[in-house]
Design a protein. Structure first.
Length: 137
């Protein structure tokens, strides 16, 4: 619709310019025709300016929407990475507790099996037996 109006406006300006040559120079009709032509041309300029402003605003909105989508995707990716990091740290913390317990349990089992047959004759096992506590020093 807008293109049709601009096309009609352009044709009208063209016909007004062509009709100026047939009018008498300095006559009242020529000055009115020039005034009408100037009004039509200003109207065309305003219409072009409005189209440019609309196009600029539309492009700006599209760019802002794209930037917002990128920001949302970045935040989503960061959140996913934080969740993965949290689970990894939780796994490491659990391993810090479980692995020493497994180690202590295996040595305790060996020590108790040895105790069935006799006493603790090994100085190494007696020293380790005193240190079997699942706590950090």
């Amino acid at each position: 619709m807008n293109d049709e109006i601009m096309e009609l406006l352009g044709e009208e300006i063209k016909s007004q310019i062509e009709s100026l040559s047939s009018l008498e120079t300095g006559s009242k009709e020529q000055s009115e025709a020039v005034d009408n032509l100037a009004k039509l041309y200003r109207l065309r300029i305003e219409e072009n300016k409005n189209n440019w402003e609309y196009s600029e605003k539309f492009d700006r909105r599209e760019m802002e929407d794209e930037a917002q989508k990128r920001d949302e995707q970045l935040k989503k990716n960061q959140l996913e990475e934080q969740v993965k990091d949290r689970y990894f740290r939780l796994g490491v913390n659990i391993a810090e507790v479980i692995l020493p317990l497994i180690f202590y349990a295996s040595w305790m089992k060996k020590g108790f099996k040895f105790e069935e047959t006799g006493t603790f004759t090994s100085a190494t096992f007696r020293g380790l037996f005193n240190r079997f506590r699942p706590t950090k020093k």
